[in-house]
Design a protein around this ligand. Structure first.
Ligand SMILES: [Fe+2]
Length: 104
């Protein structure tokens, strides 16, 4: 159903919140597609089929990235939280703890 992404009555939500809900649903769907391709690739024995599925999975990485960037541009607090976690090196939990401390 088209309104499955809503947890609250859609008519009570702002246009902006409904757009964010649609993009969050898209982000989840792209992550699911990445997962499905990962599993299919891991068991496929035909190298040509694997190559096509890898190509398709790469498209899903891009879609996920575009959805995420859209959301982070519209939700600055989320962006600030992730700034110290994404594209860093070292201990991920430590980076997360530091990002949380900086946000507080
Ligand atoms: Fe996609």
């Amino acid at each position: 159903m088209a309104t499955d992404q809503y947890h609250e009555p859609p008519q009570e939500l702002s246009e902006e919140t409904r757009t964010l809900a649609r993009m969050l649903a898209s982000l989840i769907e792209e992550a699911e597609a990445i997962n499905w391709y990962q599993q299919r690739i891991s068991i496929e024995r035909d190298s040509d089929a694997r190559a096509i599925m890898r190509n398709a999975q790469n498209e899903e990485f891009k879609h996920f990235g575009m959805d995420l960037e859209f959301l982070l541009r519209r939700m600055p607090t989320w962006r600030a939280e992730l700034k110290d976690i994404l594209f860093t090196e070292g201990d991920i939990v430590e980076r997360g703890e530091e990002a949380e401390e900086e946000a507080d």
